[in-house]
Structure formats: C-alpha cells, structure tokens
Design a protein around this ligand. Structure first.
Ligand code: FDA
Length: 308
C-alpha cells in the first residue's frame, strides 16, 4: 500500500518539487546516490573498485520529454566514459543506461533518437574497454528496449539488458536471451505494474525470479543476479553448483548504499560483485523507488527531516 503510494509519488511533478526543494533531503539522498557530478562519480568508482568491487554507473534521469536534454544525457555518459578510460578499469567499470533518458520517451522519432544516442554511448564504452547494460523501465517500454538491444548487439555484442521477474512475459524473454554472449541482469522489478501484466505479491515475484534464474543459469549467456535477497543468493549458489558454472561465469549486482557489508563479503568469497552507482542531480525518481522498496528507508528519511 505504502510502496504503491510512493511509486505514484515518484511520477508526480508536485511531490517532486516539494521533496527536491527540502534542504535536508540531500543528506538522505547521499546514502543512495554517489554525488551530482562526474568527479563525485569517479571518486566513488575508485573507492569501490579499490575495495575489490566492480561497478555499473547510471547517470540519473528518466522519461525525458526534451530532445536537448536527451542529447545532454548522452554527452554526460560519453564524458564519464572518457574520464574512466585512463583509469584502465576495463569491464570492472561499465555503465547502465535508461533509454527513456536518451530519447525513447520523446514520441515520434524518439526510438530512433534513443538508438543513435545509445550507439554513441556504446562506442565510448568500447573505447574505454567496457560495456553498456540497458536498464528496464515500465512494462510499456519492454518491446522497444529489447528491439533497441537487438540493434545495438549487432555492432556491440557485449551490450546487456535488465529483465524483471515480476512481468509474466519475462520467463519467455529469459529463454530468448539465454544464448551465448548474452548478458542479462535479472531483477525483481521496481515500477508499479497492473495485475494484467505482472505478479502482485512478493511471494509470486520471488518464485518467478527463481524460475527465470534457473533458465539463465542453465543457459549459455552470462547471468547478472541483481538482488539483495539472501534466499535468492543462496539459490544462485546451488544452481551454479548444479549447472557447473564457475564463479567467473555469473555475477552478483547490488545497489549503491544497500547492504554494503554483503557486497564486500560476497566479493571476498571470490565472486564478482558489481555495484550500481547512480550519480547526477535528477535523483528524484530513483530515490522514491528505493523508499518504496523498504518502509525502513522511509522512516529514516522522515526522521532526518524532523531532526535538526
Ligand atoms: P527485496 O526488495 O525483496 O529485498 C530483499 C532484501 O534486500 C530486503 O529484505 C532488504 O534487506 C534489502 N533491501 C532491498 N531493497 C532495499 C532498499 N531499497 N533499501 C535497503 N535495503 C533493501 N529494477 C527495474 O525495474 N529495472 C532495472 O533496470 C533495475 N536495475 C537494477 C540494477 C541493480 C544492480 C539492482 C540491484 C536492482 C535493480 N532494479 C531494477 C531494482 C530491482 O527491481 C528491485 O526493486 C530491488 O533490487 C529490490 O529487490 P531485491 O531483489 O533486492 O529484493
């Protein structure tokens, strides 16, 4: 109930203005966001990779309705990748892109614009010795995102994509994308989706996650298991044993600021753990989804607003 209200608020311009304008919000946001500019992102990337973690970096922004803003976001990614190249981190530092931030939501020619911007980002990633993963947004964008993925993979075969276990369609998408060379990030899903397309209860979403995981782990691609859920991590280890996957044939992914102890413990145990590092000033939608995932985060946020 509360989660649904927060997800609705994540799309409200009015609430966005109120929350973003509140000075103390920043303190709480910093727990989930690495900073507002490229230099802050690079500092966080250095710290995390220095601690033995890999990263995927997200320049915050989504549902851009303005072509100039879409071009600006693509440029920000290219600048970030140019700044990463001399660090020679290679695939240990890749980027995550929301297609709606680079043109997909513009309408008209939007998909073509998003594809062109995504290509520029993929080319900069290749020059830095790394890859791009496409985030998955609400269910209305899935076909478009998978179509753009197919086009990108023709020139940049390392391009990956996120799939969401809460959608009924995702088991079939996992089968389609479990081929050699395919990189799939499996997540539960973070948007408010209707019962006509998505499982509504946590138990159903978790069970669907396990079914999708089984498909990916027994397939020929590279599964990226993106969850903070201990039970799903334990199931991944069992499936890796059953399918004879070595630790270098799959990876874990978690969000910046969420369960950092677990991130480091998994990495110490010899697995690849990639932290999703968001940065930029357009943090509102991302931040509200993190609050919606966990009531304790909302309590922390409200306490910080009332403390001096
Ligand atoms: P679940 O929400 O059941 O949480 C399991 C446990 O993890 C909780 O009990 C708690 O301990 C901890 N936890 C989870 N969320 C927390 C939070 N916000 N704060 C503190 N603790 C928390 N979604 C999407 O729709 N499209 C996408 O492209 C992506 N991309 C993506 C990349 C990466 C690397 C990750 C880790 C996640 C995403 N997501 C996403 C978000 C994903 O869909 C999902 O909403 C969150 O990962 C939370 O789900 P969990 O699997 O962690 O389980």
């Amino acid at each position: 109930m509360l989660g649904t209200a927060l997800l609705a608020a994540s799309r409200s311009t009015l609430v966005r203005r109120a929350v973003s304008g509140f000075p103390l919000t920043r303190r709480v946001v910093e727990r989930f966001v690495a900073g507002e500019d490229t230099a802050s992102a690079v500092a966080a990337i250095r710290r995390l990779t220095g601690a033995g973690l890999a990263v995927t970096v997200d320049h915050l922004g989504e549902e851009t309705r303005d072509a100039d803003a879409a071009a600006h976001t693509a440029k920000a990614y290219v600048a970030l990748l140019d700044a990463l190249a001399p660090l020679e981190l290679g695939p240990r530092a890749e980027v995550s892109v929301k297609l709606s931030a680079v043109g997909q939501a513009l309408g008209g020619d939007g998909e073509r614009i998003a594809l062109a911007h995504a290509r520029e980002i993929c080319a900069a990633a290749r020059a830095a010795g790394t890859t791009v993963t496409l985030d998955m947004e609400d269910h209305t964008t899935v076909d478009s995102t998978l179509g753009i993925l197919r086009e990108l993979r023709a020139d940049f075969p390392g391009t990956g994509v996120a799939l969401q276990s809460y959608l009924f369609r995702t088991e079939a998408d996992c089968r389609d994308l479990s081929h050699e060379g395919s990189r799939v990030r499996l997540v539960k899903g973070a948007y408010a989706e209707p019962a006509s397309v998505a499982y509504q209860s946590k138990a159903e979403v978790d069970k669907a996650y396990v079914r999708c995981l089984r498909i990916l782990m027994s397939g020929k691609g590279y599964p990226m298991v993106a969850t903070h859920d201990d039970r799903l991590i334990a199931i991944t280890e069992l499936l890796a044993d059953q399918t004879g996957r070595g630790r270098d044939a799959y990876e874990y992914q978690m969000l910046y600021g969420i369960r950092p102890d677990k991130q480091e413990a998994l990495a110490r145990a010899g697995g690849t753990v990639r932290v999703y590092v968001p940065y930029g000033d357009d943090w509102y939608g991302y931040f509200m989804r993190r609050l919606a995932e966990r009531p304790a985060n909302l309590a922390f946020f409200l306490r910080s607003l009332t403390s001096t």
